[in-house]
Design a protein around this ligand. Structure first.
Ligand SMILES: [Zn+2]
Ligand SMILES: [Zn+2]
Ligand SMILES: [Zn+2]
Length: 251
């Protein structure tokens, strides 16, 4: 099993257009963060989590191939706006692709991409997706468990896949989800910036919860331009690191 980070940036991406800060003007590629998404190979299945606005470019750059299924965390623009790019997956797989999401994300996708789900518009290259409820994941995908987490007041979805968990855009993890996060080899957790934020863990909050979960290794994602990779890394405990676009980890 392996995971590759396609994107590790917060909603606007890094660098921020027009910003001259040291992260945005850095030559270090680890400070160049597209919108957050990961690609996972597990039990001969290729899994994409979220369809970031840069999806096509991410797939070309990181050469991961075509996914067999897509898992959505939630319906915010930075996690769904690459959805049209799944058209080329249909050609490779010769069928509609299974996409698992909650009902709120299903409704957001249907609103944002109404042409895909409209009965009147046909042809012209419309993606084919089977939007399925995460409650149905256990049918055929027993090794993937959805996890309820809080993104501000919003309840959204993280995922446990074997000994790995992916939880982005998070500001609270309920007790019954924490109970499902034991014995992890890898935890990927959202950690936005130094200062507090109403809908995301800041770095100190993410460190505290990571210590509680106690995975063998934790990587932070969904990172803002407040965080310069090299200097900020010195602040983190030994088994916690900042992820970066293109990072591949074997589990
Ligand atoms: Zn986000
Ligand atoms: Zn900046
Ligand atoms: Zn979000």
């Amino acid at each position: 099993m392996w995971i590759k980070f396609l994107g590790t940036g917060t909603s606007h991406g890094i660098p921020v257009p027009g910003c001259q800060c040291r992260t945005c003007s850095s030559d270090d590629p680890r400070n160049n963060r597209t919108r957050s998404s990961v690609f996972i190979k597990m039990a001969n299945r290729k899994i994409l989590i979220d369809t970031a606005p840069e999806l096509r470019l991410q797939l070309l750059q990181h050469k991961v191939g075509v996914p067999d299924l897509i898992l959505f965390t939630h319906g915010h623009a930075d996690h769904i706006m690459g959805f049209d790019d799944i058209r080329t997956f249909n050609w490779r797989n010769s069928k509609a692709i299974d996409c698992f999401c909650d009902i709120k994300t299903k409704n957001r996708l249907a609103e944002a991409f109404s042409y895909i789900f409209s009965a009147e518009i046909r042809g012209g290259g419309i993606p084919k997706a089977n939007l399925k409820s995460i409650d149905k994941l256990y049918q055929g995908y027993k090794d993937i468990k959805p996890l309820k987490v809080f993104h501000g007041k919003n309840e959204i979805i993280g995922y446990r896949l074997g000994e790995m968990a992916y939880i982005t855009d998070v500001s609270g993890i309920p007790k019954n989800t924490l109970e499902q996060l034991g014995n992890l080899e890898l935890l990927v957790l959202g950690a936005l910036r130094w200062t507090e934020h109403p809908t995301h863990f800041n770095i100190d909050e993410a460190i505290t919860i990571s210590k509680k979960i106690a995975a063998s290794k934790t990587y932070f994602t969904h990172i803002s331009h407040e965080v310069e990779h090299v200097s900020a890394s010195k602040y983190l405990p030994k088994n916690i690191s900042f992820a970066f676009d293109g990072l591949k980890l074997k589990i």
